[in-house]
Structures are given as C-alpha cells and as structure tokens.
Design a protein around this ligand. Structure first.
Ligand code: 4NP
Length: 163
C-alpha cells in the first residue's frame, strides 16, 4: 500500500468576506472534487472570512440549498475569521473577489504567501470576481463560477504538486 506522508499535505484555504456564502460553497465544491479524485488524504481544505460577524455559523441558507440540490456535503462547516497562522498553514489562499484579495495581501505576514483570486484561473470567464450572493441573491451564478474555478484550481495543484 502506498504510504501517505501527511507532512506533505497540500493546504487550500478559500476566503470571502463573511464566510457564510461564497467560500463555504467553494470549500464544499472543491472537497467534493478532491474526494472524487481520491486525493482527500493529500489535500487539506478549509474556508474563512476576512470579517468576523458570522463566526460559528453554518453556511447561509442559499448556499445550503444549492449544495443540497447538487448532493454536495457541507457537514461540520462553520464560519471563522482568517487568522495570522493561515498564511503559513495553507499553501494556496484563494480569494473570491478583488477586495478579499487586497485584504488578504494586507493581512499576510509572509511575503511569499500564495494568494490567488479564483476566477483568475479561468481565462474564459468574463467575471473575474465571484459576485456576493449575500447582496445579489444569485447563488446559482456563484455555484456555476465556483465549479469552473474549482476545476481549474485542482488542475493547477495537480500540476504544481505532481499529484
Ligand atoms: P460572503 O457573503 O462573503 O460570500 O460570505 C457575505 C456574507 C455576510 C456579509 C457580507 C458578505 N455581511 O456583511 O454580513
């Protein structure tokens, strides 16, 4: 049996503003992909918000409804704020929009922290920010963008980490 070295796990953290709508959906969608690819022993996935208003709360009802519709688990997911050690614990810190990305760069204590804006990985996408459904109410649009973004992210990680 292949021995898995847990020291070498790849860490992926999705970040939005409130950690109840977009980044928990991204976390769930990406974990679903990773499990399908049988890479769950090698990739650690989490999400957080730049704000702290919703700490401890489960994903927003709109996010839960979409994930239920597509049979994607969000079990155990609870909102939390980005912490200082996230920048050393995670290899890929993935922002949902330009404001999240800017806030993360301000918070990052480590110059080489890898901060990516998800939709920058999808060249054919006209939208480069994932619109906030807390304000738009459009969770389906978010799901469509995240599925494309998560596929591109998994490809990038597989290529860069040789998985
Ligand atoms: P999210 O959406 O960043 O996608 O989780 C938001 C959720 C809550 C708030 C803002 C955005 N809020 O201001 O409470």
């Amino acid at each position: 049996m292949k021995r898995i070295d847990h020291e070498n796990r790849v860490g992926v953290l999705f970040v939005c503003l409130g950690n109840i709508c977009r980044s928990p959906m991204a976390e769930a969608v990406f974990r679903h992909r990773v499990i399908k690819a049988q890479l769950q022993e090698l990739i650690t996935i989490d999400s957080a918000g730049t704000g702290n208003w919703h700490t401890g709360k489960p994903p927003h009802e709109g996010t839960r409804r979409i994930l239920d519709q597509y049979g994607i688990s969000y079990e155990g997911q609870k909102a939390r704020q980005v912490a200082g050690d996230d920048f050393t614990r995670f290899d890929y810190i993935v922002a949902m929009d330009g404001q999240n990305e800017q806030d993360l760069r301000t918070l990052a204590s480590r110059a080489d922290a890898r901060i990516i804006k998800l939709m920058d990985l999808v060249p054919e996408s006209l939208l480069k920010d994932v619109p906030d459904p807390y304000y738009t109410g459009n969770f389906e649009e978010v799901y469509d963008l995240l599925t494309a973004g998560c596929s591109a992210l998994l490809e990038l990680i597989r290529r860069e980490k040789g998985l």
